[in-house]
Design a protein around this ligand. Structure first.
Ligand SMILES: Nc1ncnc2c1ncn2[C@@H]1O[C@H](COP(=O)(O)OP(=O)(O)OP(=O)(O)O)[C@@H](O)[C@H]1O
Ligand SMILES: O=C(O)[C@H](O)[C@@H](O)[C@H](O)[C@H](O)CO
Length: 170
């Protein structure tokens, strides 16, 4: 038996950690925050208000893929919060992880800006939100392993995710 991987993707502040942890709790899956796997240099950069570049993200994405695969090999299904902003980033994850599903938390700049204003104590400055939207490539229609979840309330988002997981045989 192999575990599976669910990646909650979207810009900073879209709710990946909050919703991802809640989903893992309710389904009995393992939660992992991709932010915890950033090398210190990446955290330092974001903290200084400098957006990450592709070169900063490749190693981090490979690291996430190998951690997910390790868990899956031990028959552990994992929910991972990972921004995965571009299609090329999602492709790195696809190449490294066998059984993978993405939930994309889709919200407007204004909606997510509000969330970030109410969040305290985080290394990511709100000013970087614009650069997150600039980098974001929303999942294309042919990215069949991506399910878009509109940002509404945590309860509603969880309900939609649960329904999709039941349908996908998770
Ligand atoms: N649907 C929602 N309704 C209201 N508040 C929400 C919702 N989703 C998330 N939040 C709140 O928005 C803030 C950002 O959420 P969270 O930290 O989970 O986002 P994130 O995508 O993991 O961010 P980052 O990538 O920067 O770590 C938190 O304070 C969270 O409680
Ligand atoms: O790709 C990125 O730019 C990063 O992953 C960011 O999204 C942060 O890790 C996170 O959002 C911090 O709050």
């Amino acid at each position: 038996m192999q575990g599976k991987t669910i990646i909650i993707m979207g810009v900073s502040g879209s709710g990946k950690s909050t919703i991802g942890q809640a989903l893992a709790d309710v389904r009995g899956y393992r939660f992992m925050d991709g932010d915890d796997l950033h090398p210190p240099a990446n955290i330092k950069k974001m903290h200084a208000g400098i957006p990450l570049a592709d070169e900063d993200r490749w190693g981090w994405l490979h690291n996430i893929a190998s951690r997910a695969s390790e868990l899956n090999a031990h028959n552990i299904t994992a929910v991972i919060a990972c921004s995965a902003l571009k299609e090329s980033y999602r492709n790195v994850l696809r190449q490294g992880i066998n059984d993978l599903l993405f939930f994309y938390l889709k919200g407007s700049f204004e909606q997510i800006h509000k969330f970030l204003e109410s969040r305290s104590m985080h290394f990511m400055p709100i000013d970087l939100l614009k650069s997150q939207f600039d980098s974001l490539q929303e999942p294309a229609a042919d990215e069949r392993d991506c399910i878009t979840i509109p940002v509404t309330s945590p309860e509603q988002e969880l309900k939609e995710m649960q329904r999709s997981l039941d349908l996908s045989g998770f």
